[in-house]
Design a protein around this ligand. Structure first.
Ligand code: NAD
Ligand code: IPM
Ligand code: MN
Length: 357
């Protein structure tokens, strides 16, 4: 029997459109190879160019329309002539928060054949998952601007950390550790300086960890965690952290596991009340947009994660296996990985490898 999956595709801006095309190419290839699967793609032209034409980042009924899909596949958002704090809040963050995608799951996994800047570290040392709180915290968008334009100008940027929001994401991290046979959860905070938000988070982490005596609970300050991402990545298994710290740490995570072109991120609504969204963690990369040289692996990995979420883990595993074959072969790599292939040549090569697995 054929299973039909309805996927909302939002390519977005810059290299988002280029890498999403390759992800869709891979999904179409899988549909060719597996007659039990059918994807129905609906493309939405939302993003900064749409904003420049219409004054809106997405249509007014956009969230209602997206709510009906099995999953959302997103490229990247951001354009040099549109202020980021407007464009991102009106599209990317609107979906993350509006669909209560409170878990941002970002694997930090060095694949076989991927470049690593760390001396003496390999795939066995770099294999962990960052669980970033994705619905509140420092990204709550709260604050105020006082005395604008005067010498006494100042602002408040307020973080909002709720018990419910903090507890559920920490619990998710422990449950994930259990489900995946991982041994340790490290909470990354900054309780020595942030005397409300992070003291609160640390307290809730201590409470929740008591329910998981089989998992080692560990705590680190974000500055020390940054150091250990570089010096001792093998010490991490599952990391749980706040919205802002998770954002920063996962670019560092990407850098030790092949670079920005290699890292995927899932925005999950674990209860399934709303669709989850899958995207690479990189942005629209205006510096290379339009040149056809963006690495599509991160976005293809995101497509693989979407398949896992849809109950097709075997295809997730095959895509990752195909990426490893491509990396080890070294013949079809984009410039960020030291090659001279184009974005679409990488997509084509992966489609071909998939036929052989
Ligand atoms: P970026 O991730 O777009 O780029 C950082 C660097 O990494 C650039 O040098 C870029 O060329 C390189 N890079 C990124 N992805 C790559 C890929 N697939 N292949 C090869 N090289 C790649 O970050 P930025 O430059 O700080 O942001 C650009 C825009 O994207 C901004 O508007 C920003 O707000 C936005 N942004 C959006 C998202 C998102 O939609 N999820 C994420 C991050 C940044
Ligand atoms: C990411 C991005 C976004 C974030 C920005 C563009 C708002 O950096 O997905 O990592 O900070 O979450
Ligand atoms: Mn980021």
């Amino acid at each position: 029997m054929t299973k039909v999956f309805n996927i909302a595709v939002i390519p977005g801006d810059g290299i988002g459109t280029e890498v999403v095309a390759e992800g869709v190419k891979i999904l179409k290839q899988i549909q060719q190879l597996d007659s039990t699967i059918k994807f129905q793609f609906t493309h939405f032209p939302w993003g900064c160019e749409y904003y420049l034409q219409t004054g809106k980042m997405m249509d007014d009924d956009g969230m209602e329309r997206l709510a009906k899909f099995d999953a959302i596949y997103l490229g990247a958002v951001g354009y040099p002539t549109v202020p980021d704090h407007l464009s991102l809040r009106e599209l990317l963050l609107k979906i993350r928060v509006g669909f209560d995608q409170y878990v941002n799951l970002r694997p930090v996994k060095l694949l076989n054949g991927a470049p690593c800047p760390l001396k003496d570290k390999g795939p066995k040392d770099i294999d962990f998952v960052v669980i970033r709180e994705n619905s509140e915290g420092e990204y709550a968008g709260l604050g105020e601007w006082f005395n604008e334009g005067t010498p006494d100008e100042y602002v408040y940027q307020i973080g909002k950390f709720t018990r419910k929001g903090t507890e559920r994401v920490i619990r998710y991290a422990f449950e994930l550790a259990r489900a995946e046979g991982r041994k340790r959860v490290t909470s990354v905070t900054k309780g020595n300086a942030l005397n409300y938000s992070m003291v609160f988070w640390d307290k809730i982490f201590a409470e929740v960890s008591k329910d998981y005596p089989d998992i080692q609970a560990n705590q680190l300050m974000v500055d020390a965690a940054s150091m250990n991402f570089v010096l001792h990545p093998e010490r991490f298994d599952v990391v749980v952290t706040s919205n802002l710290f998770g954002d920063i740490l996962t670019d560092l995570g990407a850098s030790i596991s092949g670079g920005m072109g290699m890292c995927a991120g899932d925005n999950l609504n674990p209860e399934g009340t709303y669709p989850s969204m899958f995207e690479s963690i990189h942005g629209s990369a205006p510096d290379i947009a339009g040149k056809g040289i963006a690495n599509p692996i991160a976005e293809i990995w995101s497509a693989a994660n979407m398949l896992k979420h849809l109950g097709l883990k075997h295809w997730h595993d095959k895509i990752l296996q195909a990426i490893e074959v491509l990396l080890l072969d070294k013949q079809t790599l984009t410039p960020d990985l030291g090659g001279n292939a184009t974005t679409s040549q990488v997509g084509d090569a992966l489609c071909k490898i998939l036929t052989t697995l």
